[in-house]
Ligand binder design. Structure first.
Ligand code: NAD
Length: 286
């Protein structure tokens, strides 16, 4: 047996084409979805993520701008800028690129963004809405993973989903989304003993650890669907995930690759949230 490859990049491309049509339609009605990204400092990885978001926005016709602020920007200055953007009717989505310099409290920043413009889906109000199964901005990576599973007709209801990793941006919310879809969910993390006891019973295995080859053939149940969220840069500069792809490919029924897997879907979900924010705001005319 060998797995079907869940091609995130192809799926993202298809979704972006559909979104372009929707954006065109909105523009004809006089609504131009707009995303503002705030970048603090000059972290090269953050810069590259921000460039990717700007490029993808442009490809779908969403307008965007990047506000670059120096590394010594105070928390007060940043919160003031966010307040201005909250009050700016032409801005539909606000994203502050994380991580932030140590002197700025990330949580204060997340909570300062209006929940109606929180396209990252990190505001506690939106997290609460997600947990209670209400319509909201879903966090981008978890929502991308769910979209990948659904697009490939992976059955979720009644299945055992095992999540490895419990970060607030990936592990915890993706487990919640799968629970909302009626999976039985188990969380594993750095303090889990006998990881293999859990992973080997997983029908759906989501791996978000950040270590190459953390998951190997022996961890997998025959026929499982495996989603690799990890992004690890090797010494030769290439990117790899957390899963030993070649070995697991032979045993799983579905597997997502790295690169061209979850990564492109994350940005695509950000665009989807921006369009949603624009439509929501237009309705309430705020
Ligand atoms: P993190 O880096 O904050 O934490 C890692 C998690 O792995 C923790 O919850 C920890 O408990 C768990 N862990 C560590 N060692 C473990 C072990 N031996 N056994 C079981 N669990 C273990 O997590 P994150 O921010 O969710 O990132 C995880 C990975 O996903 C990173 O490689 C990151 O770059 C990547 N990532 C990718 C995307 C994307 O769009 N593709 C988005 C976010 C994160």
């Amino acid at each position: 047996m060998s797995a079907d490859i869940i091609k995130g990049k192809e799926l993202a491309h298809k979704l972006k084409e559909e979104m372009s049509k929707e954006v065109l339609f909105l523009k004809e009605q006089g609504l131009v979805p707009h995303l503002t990204v705030i970048l603090i400092g000059d972290n090269p990885a953050s810069k590259s993520y921000v460039n990717g978001k700007k490029k993808a926005s442009g490809e779908t016709g969403i307008s965007s701008d990047v506000i670059e602020m120096g590394v010594s920007t105070s928390e007060k200055e940043l919160l003031k800028k966010i307040q201005e953007l909250n009050n700016d009717q032409s801005v539909h989505g606000i994203l502050v690129q994380l991580p932030l310099p140590k002197h700025i409290d990330e949580q204060h920043v997340i909570e300062a963004i209006s929940p109606a413009k929180d396209v990252d889906g990190f505001h506690p109000i939106n997290i609460g809405r997600m947990i209670t199964g209400k319509d909201t901005f879903l966090p981008c990576t978890p929502s991308g993973i769910l979209t990948m599973l659904k697009s490939y007709d992976v059955t979720i209801e009644g299945k055992h989903a095992v999540i490895i990793g419990r970060s607030n941006i990936v592990g915890k919310p993706v487990g919640q989304l799968l629970l909302n879809e009626n999976a039985t969910v188990t969380y594993c993390h750095s303090k889990t003993t006998n990881l293999i006891d859990f992973t080997s019973k997983a029908d759906i295995l989501i791996v978000a650890v950040g270590r190459p080859n953390a998951i190997r053939e022996e961890h997998i149940k025959e026929g499982a669907a495996v989603i690799d969220v990890g992004i690890n840069r090797l010494e030769d500069g290439s990117l790899t995930g957390d899963v030993d792809f070649d070995a697991v490919f032979e045993k799983a029924s579905y597997i997502s690759p790295v690169p061209r897997g979850v990564g492109p879907m994350t940005i695509t979900m950000l665009l989807q949230n921006t369009i949603k924010a624009a439509k929501g705001l237009s309705k309430s005319e705020r």
